[in-house]
Design a protein around this ligand. Sequence first.
Ligand SMILES: OC[C@H]1O[C@H](O[C@H]2O[C@H](CO)[C@@H](O)[C@H](O)[C@H]2O)[C@H](O)[C@@H](O)[C@@H]1O
Length: 564
Amino acid sequence: TPTPSPTCSNSGPVVRKTPLITFLEILQQTALNTLGPKNFDPKLYVDLSLKSNLSITQSAFDDLPRTPNGSVSVTDFNGFIQSYFNGAGEDLVYTEPVDFVSEPEGFLPEVVNREVRAWALEVHSLWKNLSRKVSDRVLDRPEFHTLLPLAKPVMIPGSRFREVYYWDSYWVIRGLLASKMYETAKGIVTNLISLIDEFGHVLNGARAYYTNRSQPPLLSAMVYDIYTRTGDIDFARKSSPALLKEHKFWNSEIHSVRIHDAEGCNRTLSRYYAMWNKPRPESSTIDIETASKLMNDSAKQHLYRELASTAESGWDFSTRWMRNGSDLTTLATTSIIPVDLNAFILKMELDIAFLANVTGDCTISVHFQEAAQARKQAMNSVFWTAEMGQWLDYWLSNGTTCRGHTWEASNQNRNIFASNFVPLWIELFNSDCTLVEQVMQDLRSSGLIRAVAIATSLTNSGQQWDFPNGWAPLQHMIVEGLPRSGSKEARSMAEDIAVRWIRINYVAYKKSGAMHEKYDVEKCGEFGGGGEYIPQTGFGWWNGVVLAFLEEFGWPQDLNIDCN
Ligand SMILES: OC[C@H]1O[C@H](O[C@H]2O[C@H](CO)[C@@H](O)[C@H](O)[C@H]2O)[C@H](O)[C@@H](O)[C@@H]1O
């Protein structure tokens, strides 16, 4: 892996931390000291909401009896939590989705196998478990909550993820469209737009501690898919200003990077960059521990920005972002130009151009078509390697500022990640049948296609966005992109991957009664592991991908759903 320059990552904006978050982080550290590391989830403590004013709560906390080394007894600590806080997740209340029916008309018409159809209806019914609305208590006293108020109902991922997440929402919406729940899908977009109106970008998730960063930008893709399903032109028109604002955010000074390429042209691409240089509040105790290996405050602040920027990538954590794959302190995300991020922004440009055309705004449409062409050329010039048939992340290593770098082949990261194939999802690439056939051959020989799914990487690092985990969004983008080339072989490869993915979800569901957040790509029906929290169930975007695959490929009567 090339060595990135640290020079463009040490400074940058930092958003304000609320007094409630500061206090909840102290509570989180006290919980760890008092209760010990077993079954400890730091996020729980920043998700609690106050029963009374912060000053009253703080003084009660200060008054708790302490031993000479400052610790609190388990009884006192638990009593304090009971008396002063409402439980995590209580500020979101269950709400029945307005457009849910147990078997929607025209639901998955190509799924004829009875067993699979019955299961698909169960997966569809999980929308009811995951549907929530923000409680009136949050609207009345927002300063008591880290949960942010949203006007419309939300779909949560599930388990410890008790709030709405940005990129998850794209695949949730894909599932809702298969479930014919158009109003719920539109409501999710309305909520995300309200975050852009307030913060200038869609947050990682709808919590006060996520305001410092975004997540992979897929709002335009949500609007595009809802519009093409419903033909709701008013919805497309209302969404447009937010999409323009979001495009600015991802091309702002902190995110954009200029590369002087091998042909002597200047190319502009984007990177992840969180507005934060402190521990992530939801994982504060973990980040402090990780940074304790570093000697000085500046190195720690640098690492904290890298940790938060990696969370912005959605791939938290992975060797993809590390100089040394066994040492998290070598995260260098802000010094990497990622293939998938730029594929998403390219899609944003194409979607904005399409939607502007539909709503009659030709100037915007032409402007964004040109922007898309420029980004496509930049991606070809900076990321593409014909020899490997992949687009490779680019590591910034030779500049003194973030604004100008001269391209060098040795700065492409030649390690294999599923993200190297994400451009297949984008029309400007997948419409080229010759290119897709070449990339498909390289995908076949890459080592990523395993017994039951596409692996995230080839490195077994213990991080959750690495081998042997398989993640639903990565399967979906590759599977959806391949057949768009019109190549029969590509469609058959896509269908094969989709069938195997449906099987592992089905088998794991039958074994455990739940949909899981990640799967082991080598063992059919086994869920994945690794990372900083225990494996979760629920699970919003996973359900969405299963429904989207079943919608696209169906399931014939005689096709076996079991692993063998
Ligand atoms: O609490 C740790 C991290 O959890 C989130 O990331 C993971 O779950 C998300 C929700 O399903 C998903 O969008 C993300 O890709 C996962 O890695 C959260 O997004 C992180 O910011 C957070 O630090």
